[in-house]
Design a protein around this ligand. Structure first.
Ligand code: SAM
Length: 286
């Protein structure tokens, strides 16, 4: 692991594990469409960088089938243990979940074994990881070596994260969004990282085949539970806002106001939340 490294800002507890599961349910359609555009198929070898508990990796493993291979790397022992046990339970013996640092991918024995056996990975996926890293370009530089010529990298991550807002706007929410971005930056992350990724890819031997964005809204409901996207937003803020208060980045009064606003927005379909836009890149290794 890189020295002076601070733990992943969102934590690796059960709440984050569950939140990542819901998040994958809600955004998995975009992921699968992008992998298809990147020509994923049976027999291929894919790398999932910063795979978390492995939700995307399980899907990748089904696309490549047992004749292929998926290596899922994450720094969290808890996430990797979960991914490995789930892979076994799902009969995905060709999915290797390995603890490792995204900033030192070539040091991973699981990755090295793929590189020693052939020309490299056919594809790599990185979702919501670069925005948390101090030196995201090191990941891209590694992928320039690990992805075979003609192989592809698919990336989903943030730019303009602070455009997330309640509609109508709520000042406590806007302050919490700004505090969140500040908390990531303080640990070396960048909630605007996708602004820089195309140039990084070009510098490390990739050409951009596709650059796009996914914009989504979350609405409440008067007649029953709010739609899943609103639940995702609400569960994020219920988990992270107290952490912002504990970090001294948000006042207790703003926290309480935000909780009250969320409860109101969840119950009113005329109010909505603009989710942070997720940017998408598909790049081909020359
Ligand atoms: C928001 S989660 C995304 C997880 C997964 N990619 C997904 O889309 O569900 C960010 C992940 O990055 C991992 N991570 C952060 N820094 C890392 C590093 N230096 N090396 C490996 N994993 C890292 C965290 O442990 C966490 O699992």
């Amino acid at each position: 692991m890189a020295e002076a490294k601070r733990p992943y800002v969102l934590g690796t507890g059960d709440d984050e594990m569950a939140r990542l599961g819901l998040q994958h349910q809600l955004w998995g359609d975009a992921a699968r469409a992008a992998w298809r555009a990147a020509r994923i198929g049976p027999g291929q070898q894919w790398l999932d960088v910063g795979a978390g508990p492995g939700y995307a990796a399980f899907d990748l493993a089904q696309f490549v089938t047992g004749s292929g291979r998926v290596v899922a790397v994450d720094e969290s022992a808890e996430f990797i243990e979960f991914a490995a046990s789930q892979a076994a339970a799902r009969g995905l013996a060709h999915l290797t979940a390995a603890r490792g640092d995204a900033l030192a991918l070539e040091d991973s024995p699981a990755i090295r074994s793929v590189m020693e056996a052939g020309p490299g990975f056919d594809g790599a996926y990185i979702r919501w990881v670069l925005c948390f890293l101090r030196e995201p370009e090191r990941v891209i530089a590694s992928l320039g070596k690990l992805v075979r010529p003609g192989g592809r990298v698919v990336i989903h991550d943030y730019f303009n994260y602070t455009s997330m807002t309640m509609a109508p706007r709520r000042p406590a929410f806007d302050r919490a969004v700004a505090a969140t971005a500040a908390s990531w930056r303080e640990r070396g992350g960048d909630p605007d990282v996708m602004a820089h990724v195309p140039a990084m890819l070009a510098a490390h031997g990739f050409s951009i085949e596709h650059l796009g964005t996914h914009s989504r809204l979350a609405r409440g409901s008067r007649s029953g539970p709010p739609e899943s996207m609103m639940h995702w937003m609400a569960s994020w803020w219920r988990t992270y806002t107290p952490k912002l208060v504990a970090m001294g980045k948000l006042s207790q009064a703003d926290c309480e106001q935000l909780m009250a606003d969320i409860a109101r927005y969840e119950q009113d379909p005329d109010l909505f939340v603009v989710c942070p836009p997720v940017f998408e890149i598909i790049a081909r290794r020359a």
